[in-house]
Design a protein. Structure first.
Ligand SMILES: Nc1ncnc2c1ncn2[C@@H]1O[C@H](COP(=O)(O)OP(=O)(O)O)[C@@H](O)[C@H]1O
Ligand SMILES: O=P(O)(O)OC[C@H](O)CO
Length: 514
């Protein structure tokens, strides 16, 4: 089951270049008209952990890496800017940066989506403003995951910053805004924009009006002067200035999970995808109206193509999945590579009674409990590292099952099949376990790089490279499928044990500690 990517030119073009500014790395992929990969370049950046729970990125390093991978991908493809019809942008969402618009210098490292330093601030806002108000206007629960409280933290903690922000010298952006501003000239006329999908993750955008919500801005304490203009996900925002793609239109921006929804061509209501990387994010297209969640999901914008109405989505976000495998490798030393977890887990028949709930940053969907911490339960002397490896993989599958259940309750749509992508989908045992726990088929497309593909598709639509979404659908091809094999009794018994293990994580962190 290999993915059909190759490197080297497909025909003579033209092409679309997509930049994915992700949590652990930045990459650029060049696609041809059939949505096939022509070339890839990728570079990791440093993860900075100044204190427990704090996670930062150096945005200057990120912008340097972006320029490097763009040049790398173009050179590997053996093409020039004249062959590239548009650039699409996709990005890790929520990661928050403030920079000086006169110098282009970040005022502080970016605060990454996993960073929990705003937990106490969120509790305070919840008491003063009320949880319901945020849910109603923005579709999101008040949580440290989102950008708005991170902006407030920076304004409160970087000396003199609030005055500079109020004077109009400071710009806020998630990574899409930072990359687009720099790409289009930076201090020399760079455009300061974001798209509706990224804006829908800030806790600051009114989900019904697609505008910054003035009342929420004033209750969090963020001056409007720092905010980017909110635009659709597929339109020309400006043109690259300087660099290897000088003059090429910058024509899309989508948060990475929404880009994957787009790349998986989930254009019809009820279609869903789940992306298995550092964390896991399942999104379901819910059409033209936002669906309120009563079961711990997020209501978010799926995409908006130019001046067409926005398409909404329900999202279940899981903070720790692939990063648990990394933890087994780097912190525990139980495996040497991420792929080895499959070999180890396959050496036993089952989990030996052990369950691993990786609530390392609290629990995200459907619980939203910052006070939860990780547990391994059911331990006896019988349990070996192979059983733990199995429990690690099962944790990802059970968390997906919980989200899928919540989605069915909120949307009324029963999952008939799940489209998957991301680094963890190369693990066959995990994919089989997922099909077993969901009791539904799991399918993976030929081009597993759906995040970049989605950004490329949106940019291509904006410049007429592809005529419409039907043309994109025609490119989707199945590479692999896993069908359920587990009997219903075993599934029900195991699910019950999993839910019991989840209960054990709650309330570990006392209020004053977090
Ligand atoms: N064979 C595998 N089995 C389980 N997990 C894997 C495997 N290969 C990669 N991973 C995990 O997938 C993640 C990388 O996937 P990727 O989609 O590149 O993530 P991201 O885009 O979030 O950086 C890592 O956390 C890694 O531990
Ligand atoms: O960069 P990724 O793939 O880890 O995705 C991160 C998400 O966008 C966080 O919401």
């Amino acid at each position: 089951m290999t993915d059909a990517h190759t490197t080297g030119t497909h025909g003579t073009g033209p092409f679309i270049a997509a930049i994915d500014q992700g949590t652990t790395s930045s990459r650029c992929i060049v696609f041809d008209k059939d949505g096939r990969i022509v070339s890839v370049d990728q570079k990791e950046h440093e993860q900075i952990f100044p204190k427990p729970g704090w996670v930062e990125h150096d945005a200057t390093e990120i912008w340097e890496n972006v320029q490097e991978v763009v040049a790398g991908a173009i050179v590997k493809a053996g093409i020039t800017s004249a062959d590239v019809k548009a650039i699409g942008i996709t990005n890790q969402r929520e990661t928050t940066l403030l920079w000086d618009k006169n110098t282009g210098e970040p005022v502080h490292n970016a605060l990454v989506w996993q960073d929990t330093r705003t937990d106490a601030l969120c509790r305070e806002l919840g008491r003063n403003v009320g949880q319901d108000r945020f849910r109603r206007e923005t579709g999101l629960p008040l949580a440290s995951y989102f950008a708005g409280p991170k902006v407030r933290w920076l304004l409160d903690n970087v000396e003199g910053l609030r005055e500079r922000a109020e004077a109009g010298d400071i710009l806020f952006g998630t990574m899409d805004s930072w990359v687009i501003w720099n790409l289009t000239g930076g201090t020399d006329g760079g455009v300061h924009v974001t798209d509706v999908t990224n804006a829908s993750r800030t806790l600051l955008m009114n989900l019904h009006r697609m505008e910054w919500d003035e009342k929420i801005l004033s209750s969090i304490g963020i001056p409007a002067a720092v905010l980017p203009e909110i635009r659709s996900s597929a339109e020309v925002y400006g043109h690259a200035k300087g660099g290897i793609l000088d003059g090429v239109p910058v024509a899309s921006a989508l948060g990475d999970q929404q880009a994957a929804l787009f790349g998986q061509t989930c254009f019809a209501e009820g279609e869903a995808k789940s992306t298995y990387g550092t964390g896991t994010f399942m999104l379901m297209n819910t059409g033209g109206t936002p669906v309120n969640s009563y079961n711990g999901l997020l209501t978010t914008v799926g995409y908006q193509i130019g001046d067409k109405p926005p398409v909404y989505a329900l999202e279940g976000s899981i903070a720790v999945t692939g990063s648990l495998v990394q933890w087994m490798r780097d912190q525990m030393g139980l495996i040497k590579s991420a792929a080895e977890i499959e070999t180890l887990a396959s050496s036993v028949e089952d989990n030996g009674g052990a369950y691993f709930v990786p609530a390392f940053s609290g629990l995200f969907a459907p619980y939203w409990r910052p006070d939860a911490r990780g547990v391994i339960t059911g331990l006896t002397r019988y349990v070996t590292k192979a059983h733990i490896a199995r429990a690690v993989l099962e944790a990802t599958a059970w968390q997906t099952r919980e989200i899928s259940d919540a989605m069915t309750k909120d949307s009324g749509v029963e999952l008939t099949a799940l489209k998957v992508d991301g680094g963890m989908t190369s693990n066959n045992l995990l994919m089989q376990t997922l099909a077993d726990f969901l009791d539904a088929p799991v399918v993976r497309p030929m081009v597993a790089e759906t995040t970049c593909l989605g950004a490329a598709y949106a940019a291509g639509l904006a410049v007429g490279f592809w005529p419409d979404t039907d043309a994109l659908r025609a490119n989707w091809r199945r590479a692999a499928e896993w069908t359920p094999r587990m009997d219903a009794d075993t599934r029900a018994r195991e699910y019950k044990s999993w839910l019991k293990a989840v209960e054990r994580t709650m309330g570990w962190v006392e209020d004053e500690e977090s």
